[in-house]
Design a binder for this molecule. Structure first.
Ligand code: FAD
Length: 412
């Protein structure tokens, strides 16, 4: 059995698979270990993304379950604001299919895949990560694989990052917990609009959602940020959202569950250090989701691609030192999150809002989307493309007034 590789990737989610594809495509001898019995199983997210995810990563239509054209936002008291944002601006992905498609591409590029195999700990040599200790989950064998470079893409587990001490620990980051049912017989006002619900009774410091998948099927969920030390029971909020909240209980009166999904989302702040000698961390393991909305898929895939490119460069130069790998850190900040601080502030601000303040905010959003410039600004904000500069440009002067009301004076 082959036990030496250029690059080993721990974790076969969107981040790890994207890194593996780039590394293998560029002639690196690449191993990927995945602890689950199937790619994309169990599902732990809702699969909502912008259309760029399909174009930028050359994905097939097979990963799409529904087209998204607009959004409906609902206040704690049930005030509804609905707007078209653009035909096909986003998609709901078939999450299992996304990971399967990426795994097939990886296999075609020559990645060796081992599953269900758990990455247990790093092998260290002269201070460098030089491979992985793994455990075969069928058969129980412990196997050592050696490599010049390891990429930790194990999601919230961040197994290798924690072992080498570059993960600050879950108690030092903000995280959210989400629970959702995929349901059938959901009665939607518009089958191509996502619905977002705000309020302390729905999802404190978070939001509830209905993401339509077509044919009366939708993902119905809640995501709650863990801010106080109080234990959060997302299932309790989800049940209330489905059965008791007046707006949703009407739409869901005939709905029945098809699947239950639950997951933890590391929100941030994104780590400053995501490399070490012989190691890069990517995706949820490095807190690379957009902090203001918790959208991760397209961001972690981009980060995975950058990690893959930097891995290729490091292998070709025979230099996997931390110093050489810092180009990955720099590129993530520059290419994915030039405005990360602003997005994180939006997250903090949203978490601090009470129900009355959400009522006002949702009415301001309604005013804002009446103008084209306001709508464009909202789209930029949701995408995570917004910058401080957007607040000051003349073209967005009307929108600026609205946003200023939403965010308050303190950031202006
Ligand atoms: C409730 C919820 C809803 C969400 N909704 C959305 C959404 O609608 N849109 C969006 O864009 N993002 C969403 N996200 C965020 C998105 O799910 C993540 O950002 C994204 O999946 C991160 O990808 P990843 O590859 O870094 O990690 P993961 O997808 O978690 O993949 C990690 C992989 O590593 C494997 N693994 C773990 N430990 C080991 C180990 N020790 N050894 C080997 N393999 C291991 C796991 O089995 C898994 O396959 C949501 C998250 C949650 C929690």
């Amino acid at each position: 059995m082959k036990k030496n590789f250029d690059v080993i990737i721990a974790g076969g989610g969107p981040a790890g698979l994207s890194a593996a594809i780039i590394a293998a495509r560029n002639k690196c001898d690449t191993l990927l270990v995945e602890s689950s019995k199937a790619f994309g199983y169990p599902i732990h997210d809702s699969g909502a993304t912008f259309s760029e995810a399909i174009k930028d990563f050359n994905l097939s239509k097979g990963v799409i379950t529904n087209r998204i054209d607009g959004v409906t936002i609902v206040s704690p008291k049930g005030y509804v604001v609905s707007t078209k944002l653009g035909e096909g601006i986003g998609y709901i992905l078939e999450r299992r299919e996304l990971n399967r498609e990426l795994a097939k591409i990886a296999a075609n590029e020559g990645v060796e895949i081992k599953m269900p195999v758990k990455a247990v700990s790093p092998i260290l040599s002269n201070g460098f990560v030089a491979g992985l200790q793994t455990k075969e989950l069928i058969g129980g064998d412990n196997i050592e694989y050696k490599s010049k470079l390891v990429i930790d893409a194990t999601g919230v587990n961040a197994v290798i990052a924690k072992a080498v001490g570059i993960h600050p620990g879950m108690s030092n980051i903000r995280w959210a917990i989400g629970a959702e049912y995929e349901m059938t017989n959901v009665e939607l006002d518009n089958p191509n609009f996502i619905e977002l619900y705000f309020g302390s009774q729905i999802a404190p410091s978070g939001y509830g959602w209905i993401f339509p998948k077509g044919d009366g099927v939708a993902n119905v969920g809640v995501g709650i940020t863990h801010i106080s030390n109080e234990r959060i029971n997302p299932f309790k909020y989800l049940s209330r959202f489905i059965k008791e909240y007046p707006v949703t209980s009407k739409k869901l009166k005939n709905a029945q569950p098809l699947e239950y999904h639950v997951g933890i989302l590391p929100i941030g702040p994104m780590f400053d250090q995501i490399v070490s000698d012989g190691l890069m961390i990517v995706g949820d393991a490095a807190c690379q989701v957009s902090p203001h909305l918790g959208e991760g898929i397209r961001f972690v895939m981009k980060a995975g691609e950058i990690a893959g490119e930097v891995a290729v460069d490091a292998i070709n130069k025979n230099n996997t030192s931390k110093n050489n790998l810092t180009q990955y850190e720099k590129q993530v900040k520059k290419e994915i999150y030039p405005n990360y601080r602003l997005l994180y502030k939006i997250h903090e601000y949203a978490c601090s809002k009470d129900d009355e303040s959400w009522e006002r905010t949702i009415k301001h959003i309604e005013n804002l989307i009446e103008s084209n410039s306001g709508k464009k600004l909202i789209i930029k904000a949701v995408r995570g493309d917004i910058s401080k500069w957007d607040f000051f440009t003349n073209t967005h002067i009307l929108a600026f007034k609205g946003i200023k009301k939403i965010l308050g004076q303190k950031w202006m």
